[in-house]
Design a binder for this molecule. Structure first.
Ligand code: ZN
Length: 468
């Protein structure tokens, strides 16, 4: 985040994308939250698709089974949704980026750890040597399915032509958002049990898919307008979720106007300094930072007309009715938030390249904000326990984040902050989406969705939508 030095430029209006109906808080986009196995279904014979340059190994079989199922999905959806026949892609090419390069799409693949769709010859290619095994090791086989379903999303958008509004001149961020959304469509179908080769649980399974989207995000500070931009994690996960919750026609609608209104990815600006914690990261245990945070929270929730909680960094007094959560705990009976500074610093310190570490300043501040959001819920008569309280908390924390993205905010959202929120929300112990006892809603998908609802639509929506 950044402490604003002066009032800044023009107003950016963001239109909401969330659905206004009340969701069942025990579900994920209307599906039961499941915790079973994710990955290849056992005992299903491999698909029989022609592949160029393959080695017949595990990664190629995973890729081929994926593409066979994704093509089956689109062969069903294109006629049903758009009245168009689906033509399978013309070429599937496997390569090993560590081996001898092959020429595909005017590119030599030597050293190219990637997967891509090429509209020139209607081909999908993947790196079986480096990229696919790396994803598989880090996030499991469904991460490979995620990346290839995204590539097929590009094939679909070219095949749709005018219907998708995509052509060679379309800015990359629009193409990428559509492809992420189309990947979300396919995953809904997998989650509904319709894929021949794969299965996924809507709890831990989808968490891994969203973690994959986080992993392949653009670096903080990348402009959405940059040619080649794929999107921040916050924006990529949003597109995937719109696809998962909606159908392919929703994705085909993603256009320049929607992107301009919704996309949060931004460059660093002149106020984002490097505080020694990386650009756009304040020191979280600094008195001034905490003062700004408190002011910003009071201002964000002033409409609730609630007595603001007291923030303390001295050791917490015993609390008879609150949770023992860290780095911040809310005690309802005393209306106090106790902050454990050493723990806060751990979360607020971003990892150095290749090392383990915390997340960043926004994640740390948002955890305090989540406890503040509980005090607002208490003051306005809502319960503080259970999944509805967890989702309301995530939503209200998102609403606070939204106010830090407005003109005149003294504690201001900077590039990369919302991705820190996504990382925190996908962690096992996400306090942002936890009730007063620290009990987390079991679906990362639902947690991120609730936070985003609040971010775009404000606090009013949170109590309406997540009334519980
Ligand atoms: Zn792409």
């Amino acid at each position: 985040m950044a402490a604003a030095l002066a009032l800044t430029g023009c107003t950016q209006t963001v239109t909401g994308q969330g659905r206004s109906e009340r969701p069942d808080v025990t579900k994920v986009a209307g599906l039961e939250i499941t915790t079973g196995e994710s990955g290849a279904k056992p005992g299903v014979p491999d698909a029989d698709l022609q592949v160029e340059n393959g080695d017949g190994g595990e990664m190629d079989r995973l890729a081929i089974n994926t593409l066979a199922d994704v093509e089956e999905y689109w062969a069903e959806q294109l006629p049903a949704r758009f009245g168009k026949e689906f033509e399978p892609v013309k070429r599937l090419v496997s390569y090993d980026s560590n081996g001898k390069g092959v020429d595909i799409c005017r590119t030599n693949t030597a050293g190219v750890a990637n997967a891509f769709y090429c509209s020139l010859d209607d081909s999908i290619a993947w790196d079986r040597g480096e990229l696919l095994p790396m994803l598989d090791d880090a996030f499991g086989p469904m991460s490979v399915v995620t990346v290839l379903a995204h590539e097929m999303g590009h094939a679909v958008q070219y095949k749709l032509g005018d219907i998708s509004g995509i052509n060679q001149a379309t800015p990359s961020i629009i193409k990428e958002q559509q492809a992420d959304c189309f990947a979300g469509n396919f995953f809904r179908w997998v989650a509904e049990g319709k894929s021949k080769h794969f299965r996924i649980s809507t709890g831990p399974g989808l968490n891994q898919v969203l973690a994959t989207m986080f992993f392949i995000r653009d670096a903080a500070g990348t402009s959405a307008e940059k040619q080649g931009a794929h999107g921040s994690a916050f924006d990529r996960v949003a597109a995937f979720q719109f696809g998962f919750a909606g159908d392919p026609t929703r994705c085909a609608q993603i256009d320049d106007a929607e992107i301009k209104a919704r996309i949060t990815q931004q460059k660093f600006d002149s106020e984002d300094r490097d505080t020694g914690q990386g650009k756009g990261n304040l020191k979280v245990d600094d008195d001034r930072s905490l003062e700004l945070l408190e002011e910003s929270l009071r201002s964000a929730f002033k409409d609730a007309a609630a007595t603001p909680p007291t923030l303390t960094t001295s050791p917490a007094a015993a609390c008879t009715d609150g949770g023992d959560t860290s780095p911040a705990a809310y005690c309802p009976s005393t209306n106090t938030i106790s902050v454990d500074l050493p723990d806060l610093v751990k979360i607020g310190t971003p990892p150095k390249r290749g090392q383990k570490g915390g997340i960043g300043d926004f994640a740390a501040f948002a955890e305090i904000a989540s406890r503040f959001a509980l005090s607002i819920q208490k003051a306005t008569g809502y319960g503080l326990e259970g999944p509805a309280a967890g989702l309301r908390t995530a939503c209200l924390t998102g609403a606070w984040a939204g106010t830090t993205n407005q003109n005149g905010a003294k504690l201001r959202l900077s590039s990369g902050d919302l991705d820190e929120a996504v990382a925190e929300l996908l962690a096992d112990k996400s306090l942002i989406a936890a009730d007063v006892n620290g009990t987390v809603v079991p679906s990362g998908f639902a947690r991120v969705e609730a936070f985003r609802d609040g971010f775009y639509q404000g606090a009013g929506l949170c109590t309406r939508k997540y009334a519980g």
